[in-house]
Design a protein around this ligand. Structure first.
Ligand SMILES: NC(=O)C1=CN([C@@H]2O[C@H](COP(=O)(O)OP(=O)(O)OC[C@H]3O[C@@H](n4cnc5c(N)ncnc54)[C@H](OP(=O)(O)O)[C@@H]3O)[C@@H](O)[C@H]2O)C=CC1
Ligand SMILES: CC(=O)C(=O)O
Ligand SMILES: [Mg+2]
Length: 590
């Protein structure tokens, strides 16, 4: 028993020593954590300073599931009550306990406590109960958690890199205990969901996204690193909140911001190599587009709000064509919201149409219209528009409001990406339904409070004709004797599998064709049974299979484009993706 705290921080190499296991571990390019069925029943060596430490180490703790032998071997006698539980029984108990909390934030806190106490059990719960727990660890509850993060903060779950660390970011990265990081989700907290600037408290988002990377996409938890960059906040109420956990200053901007981000990006590459995936999440659009363009050629970067959202929405639209008919090129699209999500989706739709019809991108953009806070984006506004809106400034007379734009453009597809709730009013939905047999209505804004309309409103106001999906989940709706099941148009369908595909192929850059490939894979997973319920996305219960399919298509594209560095290319990429996925089943230790 000579191991130290440092040993405990290095999962695999020193704590779980694959070389000394019976049956052997798998140490390979994906990390050490690919346990096969055989290894799950054969013991791993665990060396710890004391049984007490083992119980407080979330990576290895199994609580009451430690066996008699393990209790003897690892100095656990007396530290646990005598009963021995299975992981399944632990799961049953925890789910029962969770369901007793009526307040969603209490469920969130209970789950975060579990994650910090027993990581494998946390992931088993999340994987086995994904539909029930997604709204807790993710939207909508994660939004409330971020708003109240200062009050509920117990233990840090990721790295906080603030302006105080300027010039020392590499050292800060080295403080993180895990060395072989494959995915970083980073935010600067300026546009958290549709809730605005939450500063340092945005940390809930990288933490939540990465728990989905593991549960939905099978990335090892130890390979995932949540980061919040704290350059201040312009949120006055947070600046005046005594419990606020971030820097109490206004946001750094301009050169100071750019230099700080550059130091971060360079330090990440230096510390983790060039194949670490950096996912930008919930940056404000005045930084998001620039960061993506600037680092897209030097780093493996992915902006979930621009690119992941585009891929998931395109998938839903392609699937919806089976219900509404016509090709994508024959539809007319109107967006409320012309920021990261809106213009990102618009661009990918145009790209898909252009690839299918061989028409120029410019031509394809003409069927896509966007409304921002000043009204319809039209050519007369071009000079004053931000660069990402300019391609959408078509010839049309100015229109100030959404209802006017709907009446003038007559869209077949209406997409909300404004971050403002209740903007798809009865008049707007009725207008769209008046010239479409089956209007496609997507209310993407999160959390639920910011949804452009509810599922019930979409179905009721369209008299049961809308094909509806939303960013945050809604319950099924009964309307005139029929039950309508709204789908969830959320990038959570895409980024876990997308990231897995990049990791297993050793991709060095993200390419738009990979987004199209991911879309195609997701759309291909919608079954007739789903369509019969009006769904344009498959249920999240199948998400690991869906993610493996997405990963395979993304990896295949990486190989095809010469962007993959893991050679040779595995023959069956779906099987390969599945075999690389983390499973949270307990190991037995000897
Ligand atoms: N479902 C999903 O998977 C995803 C959902 N989202 C959600 O989408 C929303 C927007 O995110 P994002 O695109 O990144 O945000 P941005 O800030 O980049 O864009 C918001 C856009 O909405 C416009 N807008 C704001 N208020 C109004 C209004 N009252 N009427 C018309 N337009 C308005 C803004 O106009 P202007 O430019 O004039 O300021 C801007 O164009 C958020 O709620 C987010 O949670 C985002 C990513 C993924
Ligand atoms: C889902 C997501 O990424 C967002 O709302 O920002
Ligand atoms: Mg986001």
């Amino acid at each position: 028993m000579e191991s130290t705290l440092k040993d405990l921080r290095e999962e695999g190499a020193s704590v779980l020593d694959p070389k000394s296991t019976v049956g052997g571990g798998v140490e390979d390019v994906y990390g050490e954590d690919r346990a096969t069925e055989e290894q799950l029943v054969t013991p791993w060596t665990v060396s710890v300073a004391s049984g007490y430490t083992l119980l407080r180490d979330p990576i290895h703790n199994k609580g009451l599931a430690f066996t008699e032998r393990e209790r003897d071997a690892h100095y656990l006698r007396g530290l646990l009550p005598p009963a021995i539980s299975t992981q399944e029984l632990q799961e049953k108990k925890l789910m029962r306990n969770l369901r007793q909390y009526e307040v969603p934030l209490q469920r969130y806190m209970a789950l975060m406590d579990l994650q910090e106490r027993n990581e494998r059990l946390f992931y088993k719960l999340l994987i086995d109960n994904v539909e029930e727990l997604l709204p807790v660890v993710y939207t909508p509850t994660v939004g409330e958690a971020c708003q109240k993060y200062g009050c509920i903060f117990r233990r840090p779950q990721g790295l906080y890199i603030s302006l105080k660390e300027k010039g020392k970011i590499l050292e800060v990265l080295k403080n993180w205990p895990q060395r072989s990081i494959q995915v970083i989700v980073v935010t600067d907290g300026e546009r958290i969901l549709g809730l605005g600037d939450l500063g340092c408290q945005g940390m809930g988002i990288p933490v939540g996204k990465l728990s989905l990377y593991t549960a939905l996409g099978g990335l090892r938890p130890s390979a995932c690193l949540p980061i919040t960059i704290d350059v201040g906040t312009n949120n006055e109420s947070l600046l005046n909140d005594e419990f606020y956990i971030g820097l109490r200053q206004k946001r750094a901007t301009g050169k100071e911001y750019a230099d700080f981000l550059h130091e971060f990006m360079s330090a990440v590459k230096q510390n983790y190599g060039e194949k670490v995936l950096i996912q930008f999440e919930d940056f404000a659009n005045h930084n998001a587009f620039e960061l993506l363009a600037k680092y897209g050629t030097t780093h493996l970067v992915f902006n979930d709000d621009i690119q992941g959202t585009a891929s998931v929405v395109l998938a839903g639209l392609v699937a919806a064509l089976k219900l509404v008919g016509r090709s994508l090129a024959e539809h007319t699209f109107l967006f409320l919201g012309a920021g990261e999500a809106g213009t990102g989706i618009a661009e990918l739709i145009a790209l898909e149409i252009s690839k299918k019809t061989k028409a120029s991108l410019e031509e394809c953009r003409k069927r896509i219209w966007l409304v921002d806070s000043k009204g319809l984006i039209v050519s007369s506004r071009k000079e004053s528009l931000q660069h990402f809106k300019k391609p959408w400034a078509h010839e049309h007379e100015p229109i100030k409001d959404l209802l006017g734009a709907v009446k003038a453009i007559k869209p077949t597809v209406l997409i909300g990406s404004s971050g403002v709730g209740k903007t798809f009013t009865k008049e707007v939905v009725e207008a769209v339904a008046s010239f479409n047999e089956k209007p496609i209505i997507l209310a993407l804004s999160n959390p639920t409070s910011q949804s452009e309309c509810t599922a019930e409103e979409a179905y009721t106001w369209s008299k049961g004709r809308a094909i509806f999906a939303s960013g945050s989940p809604f319950d099924p709706v009964d309307f005139e004797g029929k039950t309508f099941v709204p789908g969830q148009a959320n990038n959570a369908y895409i980024f876990p599998g997308f990231g897995l595909g990049l990791v297993i192929s050793g991709a060095i850059r993200v390419h738009d064709d990979m987004l199209l490939a991911a879309s195609e894979a997701l759309a291909g997973q919608v079954t007739q049974e789903n369509f019969d319920k009006g769904l344009i996305y498959p249920p999240f219960t199948n998400i690991r299979k869906i993610s493996a399919n997405i990963a395979a298509k993304v990896a295949a594209k990486a190989y095809e484009l010469g962007l993959a560095s893991r050679l040779p290319r595995p023959e069956n990429l779906v099987k390969h993706a599945e075999s690389c996925m983390y499973t949270p089943v307990y190991r037995s230790y000897r």
